[in-house]
Design a protein around this ligand. Sequence first.
Ligand code: HPA
Length: 252
Amino acid sequence: MSDRAAIDLALIGGTGLYAFPGLEDLRRQEVATRWGAPSAPIVTGVLSGKRMAFLARHGEAHTIAPHRINYRANLAALHELGARRVIGVNAVGGIRADMGPRAIVLPDQLIDYTHGRVASFCDAEGEPVLHVDFSEPYDAGLRGALLAAARAAGVPVVDGGCYGATQGPRLETSAEIARMRRDGCDLVGMTGMPEAALARELGLEYACLALVANWAAGCDPQASRISLDEIHAHLAAATARVPVIIAALPSA
Ligand code: HPA
């Protein structure tokens, strides 16, 4: 697994996904990048014939808050290892009525509400500035392949939706979510950006697999408060289906 072109697919695991079950022939690699160290060692291995790389976005013990993640190092490290297709797995809150807890969504758009995060590799004087096209933030081919894989595996997924990226780590107010809904957001999460934009700058094929952990603030039809225990239970149920989808995904 040391040659650079060896990775078929990289996965960045979010809250609730700190190791990828079912990977064989495991190897942990500390990768240093020009942008610093990634959130954790990168674990490479094989899953149903695919050579995979896995990275825990918040660190293996969930110690890195969304606004403190070194998104550049994470993506640069995966790129450095030879990954060209990257799936970001993100815990989210559901805003749209068909995106309740445990739903799995493949968003096709995003709105960025984050602030103060380092959001570009274009950061050094004297180096060319890239204005990448970001009209479609997720790679259509990879999204389509994920959708087909989920269907083949019998895992229901919602095709499309707008991901609103918030700063966190606190959850949102009901008014913030009401505004996001008016803006057209269907989901809310804290880590979708700048990850997607940085992936585009590197020319990676990138898609987001969003796992709904809770109703976003003020969206629960039963109007209950968001409980952390429930979030974890919902997330665990959705996370258990991720390897099933990935196993059904063809090699590139
Ligand atoms: N808001 C933002 N991020 C989240 C949420 C939420 O309600 N649930 C899981 N990640």
